[in-house]
Ligand binder design. Sequence first.
Ligand code: ADP
Ligand code: MG
Length: 379
Amino acid sequence: MISPGKTIGVLGGGQLGRMFAHAAERLGYRVHIYEPEANGPAGEVSAHEVNRPYTDVEALADFVRACDVVTYEFENIPVAPLWEIEKLAVLHPHWSVLETCQNRMREKTWLRKNGFPHVPFAEVEAGDDLAAAIRRIGLPCVVKTADFGYDGKGQIKVSDDASLAKAVASFAKQRCVIEKFIDFKCELSVLVARSGTGEVKAFPVAENIHTRHILDFSIVPARVPAEITAEAEKLALAIVEKLDVVGLLAIELFLTDRGEILVNELAPRPHNSGHWTLDACVTSQFEQHVRAVCGLPLGDVSAVAPVVMVNILGDAWKWQGDKITGEPNWKAVLEHPRAKLHLYGKREPRPGRKMGHFTVTAMTADAALEAARKLKARL
Ligand code: ADP
Ligand code: MG
């Protein structure tokens, strides 16, 4: 067990690192951040920050030597430098988990190999005939680059000749996966923590609404039958064991019209769809991640009230062309008695950039969603 008072290193310095640092520091840990870019959300709330590239093995080695355990909050960290530091530090989850999850092709192949339900897909190597592969899968489909995708970046829905040509022009020189377009009933996610001691706990299932491929609302409890949430949790527990994760694993799911659950994506870290836990769960996802990577007993995952989380993107600022002319109406959220505002301290709002979020609790999920939509409209 890595006791409170010891030092936790975090690779990556965005908002997930910031909220992780808050949780760790409350438990008495010191948090060190390794992040290539200066002035990020996590560094400003942590004891120590190093701004060096992930590929600087010497800087990375110095960094991890000062830590009792190291974790990551960002998926696109190159894995090779982590091999070099393996003997110097305990890294949770293991780099092999990151390697599997950071590349869609490896991730989906892993799901297929291990018999977990997933979206049907085809693999395309760089330079292969992408158009022919798309026609084989059939339209509509979604072409996604194997590496570096997030918030819908690196993916194109193909539904006609024009979008097919666009996908070929954009992605023909990259490794891709092509997925069948799923006309899902809704999207769900499960966060599950597994401690170094083997203890495992899944948070209540969230229902997620994405707008332009970016998470917009997370609703808890998910408005689906109890059999579905039970099956989603069972699936999450099986995946976290099989992948041998120590830490937190987020699993994004599609629920199809036929009631099938398909895994869309895995992320071995705290997740945007778990931010509601900060305000409406006995233990937050960030505290749970601290507990899991430090080998502490896991916390209670009971939700304390129905809740909705809303992302606040740079779009919420008042824009005139590409100039900002005003801030969001924070007072709208602040004056609501059951809403909580969280901002990440990012200095430059940009369209599509996650700047913060708010949550609102209510007597039912539907009432929380109604309140959340009203607040979002007034923001
Ligand atoms: P990322 O979150 O890394 O950008 P995802 O694969 O999760 O990538 O895609 C983002 C969103 O796009 C999903 O949450 C979903 O709303 C939509 N999407 C992705 N793949 C499909 C698909 N095969 N069928 C239907 N919608 C999809
Ligand atoms: Mg996703």
